[in-house]
Each structure stands twice: as C-alpha cells, then as structure tokens.
Design a binder for this molecule. Structure first.
Ligand SMILES: [Zn+2]
Length: 276
C-alpha cells in the first residue's frame, strides 16, 4: 500500500506493529512485534477508531455486502500477500494470526480479496510466494482457482454463491435492504470472545482436515483405477467377454462419488455437520 498522510496519532499499535515506510519507493510494510500461535487475536477492529465508509477506497476494508470501514489506524499499512500471515475476520471485527501463527519481525499481510468484492485498483502481486495468484482484484473479478485454499469472509462466500447462481458474473443489485438486515446480525456478533476464536480455529481445522482427507481419497482411488486399467487392458486383448470399457467406466463413476468440490474448496462456514 502506498504511503499516505495519516490523520490519526501514530504509531497507533506500538506494542504489536512496526511500520516501515520507504518514501523514496512509495512503499510501506508492517512487521509484527509479537509472537502469536495460529488463530490468536492480533487486533480488534473497534469503532472508534474505525468508522463507516460510504464507499470502498484504498483506506477501507469491506465487512459486509454493502459495508465498508475506514481503519483510521496503522493497520492500513498491512500489505497484501497470497500466503498471508494474518486473517481479517470481518464477521467478528478482528484481525487474527493465520494458520502458521506469527513471529516477531515477520511481515504482517492479509489476502485482500478475502474482504474485498470490488477493488478500484487491481494490481499485479509481487508477493513472490509459490502460490502467488498473480493479478489481484476484488474477489468478484477473480477465478475460483485464484480464491481456493484461502480464508474468505462470509460476505465474500455469499456474493460468490450469488454470482454463481446468476451465472452471468453480475451480482444482482437492489437488495440493499435485505442484505443490510443480514449484516446487522454480524454487528451483534462483533464482540470477540475466546469462544469465537476457538470456533474459528475449529472451522479452519475441519476445513483443512476435509481437504486433506479428500485429496488422500482421490489419490487412492486414482491409484486403484490405474492398476485396474492396466489389468483390463491386458484382459481386453484376450477378448474374454468382459468389456474393458464398461468396467473402466464403472470404476471411474465410483471415483466421481468422492468428495464434492465444495469440500475440496475448503469453504468455511455454514457446514457444521462435520464433528471432531
Ligand atoms: Zn501474490
């Protein structure tokens, strides 16, 4: 994020955040001053200093379908990364450590499309991570593949589902009243407790477990299929009456009964049927 002239008293989070500004290169970044385990609370997004914003800007974070807040603090200097160290959990108005936790000196980053549906200024990501998504824009303009495997806020999931069901890439407008009602529920859950954090951790662990199990199951099924395919090709040459293609198709269809794409996507929220 480009340097800006702060209108708040700096530093705003001196105990936990070191802001490094390179004015010559119009760059800034933030480093952690604290060590936190995965999912632990890093900072709350309280009102104030946060204020509601009428429109998204470079200085806002989206926290509902039609709701944006001005951070009004040094948290604005947290850059984007495709392998972020932090999660902005906007339903709970909290910034929490990512799945690897965070160490002092580590750069503070979050995945911008996890909160933003539209982004006025898309950019080419230079995070340099193995899983870099390339062109970063609002989630509404990114592909499912680009968004996979990362925490996304509830309002982003809802908008993605709406986009998918519309089938035309446009999210229907004119539903401001109903979405505002939904968002009011988010407000009431804004108070962050240890229980909420535990829930986030549990949801993320479950999503991770499901993805691992699904991947392992798919690998096993594929290996079994390949063994069977090799055997059938041999048998087919002997023309012993069993159609290799029919048996192969049966095996393939059993593979398709595996995990759903929803499970593989690691999607969060809503699905609480899975218990540990
Ligand atoms: Zn990147």
């Amino acid at each position: 994020m480009a340097p800006l002239t702060p209108h708040w008293v700096r530093p705003s989070h001196p105990e936990i955040q070191e802001v490094v500004i390179n004015e010559a290169e119009f760059q800034s970044k933030s480093l952690s001053k604290v060590a936190l385990p995965a999912w632990d609370l890093y900072a709350r997004l309280d009102f104030p200093p946060c204020t509601d914003a009428a429109e998204p800007t470079y200085a806002t974070v989206q926290y509902g379908r039609d709701k944006h807040l001005n951070l009004n603090s040094d948290l604005l200097y947290i850059n984007h990364s495709c392998e972020p160290s932090l999660i902005f959990d906007m339903g709970r108005l909290a910034v929490i450590a990512g799945p690897k936790g965070i160490q002092p000196g580590e750069e503070l980053t979050f995945f911008y499309p996890s909160t933003e549906w539209d982004m006025a200024q898309p950019f080419d990501c230079l995070c340099g991570t193995e899983t870099c998504r390339g062109r970063i824009s609002g989630a509404g303009d990114m592909t499912a593949e680009q968004l996979s495997g990362l925490f996304l806020n509830k309002h982003i999931h809802e908008l993605l589902e709406q986009k998918a069901s519309n089938g035309n890439g446009n999210v229907a407008s004119g539903n401001g009243a109903s979405s505002a009602a939904v968002n009011d529920e988010d407000d009431s859950s804004a108070l962050l407790g240890a229980e909420n954090l535990a829930n986030i951790a549990r949801e993320l662990r479950e999503a991770s477990d499901r993805a691992e199990k699904a991947a392992a199951a798919a690998c096993r099924a594929l290996a079994a299929l390949q063994v069977r395919q090799a055997g059938l090709l041999k048998a087919g040459k002997k023309a012993n009456g069993v159609s290799p293609a029919a048996t192969f198709n049966a095996a393939a269809s059993s593979l398709r009964r595996g995990p759903t794409s929803r499970e593989l996507s690691g999607e969060m929220g809503g699905d609480t049927s899975f218990s540990t």
